[in-house]
Design a protein around this ligand. Structure first.
Ligand SMILES: Cc1ncc(COP(=O)(O)O)c(C=O)c1O
Length: 316
């Protein structure tokens, strides 16, 4: 059964031909770990998720969005697991990864730090780790037309239980439970409250709402992942003189908001069209302005924030 599942999953995605694994580039199919791998059992791993696209203005280049921020968050996440992973190492590997694979379509890159030891004690000391990278072609993760969300029966974890400032693998059990609960009950995505009963985020995206032309989002003290898309949207909004307020958000506010949308590397900017049985307004002028600007930046066009994009030359 496991074998057929693997085959099915692999054919669902177009993985890039080479992975960085145990210090070398190897064919993706040969990058394999033991069933006794520590992180497989305990979720003791940290990961990043980045998008990269062919440069629409120069076919020799590939564009990486906010590579420095992603490298910093992953390095910090590794540190939270008591492992060392330098930002420069991540950036170097990402560049070499693109050059080794020569992608031609938009991709999602998954850099991953994990406890690679075969021991059974749950721990983070005296343990071997490995850093790997693989990638796959990825189009839209959620429908750009908008998604239907349900309020999850699962609560977002709290920072007192695990380091939520990192992108730690073990934390994604809650995301997985929430996402599946949402999909199996006829919705596309889940919105999670935090342990204080305030809105936190979706299964893998941050959340924004617009009320009276002001952009509101739960603050970094609301048990959110500090999303890089979220930070980018805030900077863009401020630059466009849209007032941004970071504060606790009640569930009811979502139901009466003028616009509600999700942000994330995979989801980009995705509008929410319905929450539970409440249909939300389909006019989204502020979200649309922010999205247009963000797409312009990620496509490598001239902008005050064009330095957010790294151009990696794939061929001469
Ligand atoms: C739980 C969670 N929240 C928010 C985000 C959005 O973060 P980013 O914009 O850095 O992709 C992600 C995606 O990585 C996530 O997994």
């Amino acid at each position: 059964m496991g074998k057929s599942n693997n085959t099915k999953n692999q054919s669902m995605h177009n993985f890039l031909p080479y992975a960085w694994f145990q210090g070398n580039f190897v064919p993706f199919d040969e990058a394999k770990v033991s069933i006794a791998t520590h992180s497989l059992h305990y979720g003791t791993a940290a990961f990043g998720g980045m998008r990269a696209i062919p440069d629409p203005n120069d076919s020799c280049n590939f564009l990486l969005f906010r590579a420095d921020k992603h490298a910093k968050r992953l390095s910090q996440s590794a540190n939270l697991l008591l492992a060392e992973l330098k930002e420069e190492t991540i950036i170097d590997c990402l560049h070499n990864f693109l050059k080794a694979n020569h992608p031609t379509k938009p991709i999602y890159i998954r850099p991953f730090l994990y406890t690679s030891d075969l021991g059974i004690a749950p721990r983070l000391h005296n343990i071997e780790t490995d850093f790997l990278i693989y990638g796959l072609e990825l189009g839209d993760y959620l429908s750009p037309e908008g998604v239907k969300c349900r309020m999850s029966s699962w609560t977002r974890q709290q920072d007192a239980s695990l380091p939520l400032r990192g992108k730690i693998s073990g934390a994604y059990i809650t995301s997985s439970l929430a996402k599946t609960e949402a999909v199996l009950s006829g919705f596309d995505e889940a919105l999670l409250l935090n342990s204080q009963g305030k809105v936190s985020e979706a299964s893998g995206m941050n959340l924004f709402l617009v009320r009276d032309n002001k952009l509101i989002t739960p603050g970094v003290d609301q048990d959110i992942l500090e999303g890089i898309t979220r930070a980018s949207v805030i900077e863009i909004a401020e630059d466009m003189n849209i007032k941004v307020i970071e504060r606790p958000v009640d569930k009811t506010e979502l139901l009466i908001a003028d616009e509600v949308f999700l942000t994330g590397t995979a989801a980009k900017i995705t509008p929410i069209k319905q929450i539970e049985s409440t249909k939300l307004c389909s006019e989204r002028p502020i979200m649309n302005k922010l999205k247009t600007r963000l797409v312009n930046i990620t496509n490598g066009n001239p902008d005050k924030f064009s330095h957010w994009v790294t151009k990696v030359k794939l061929s001469n």
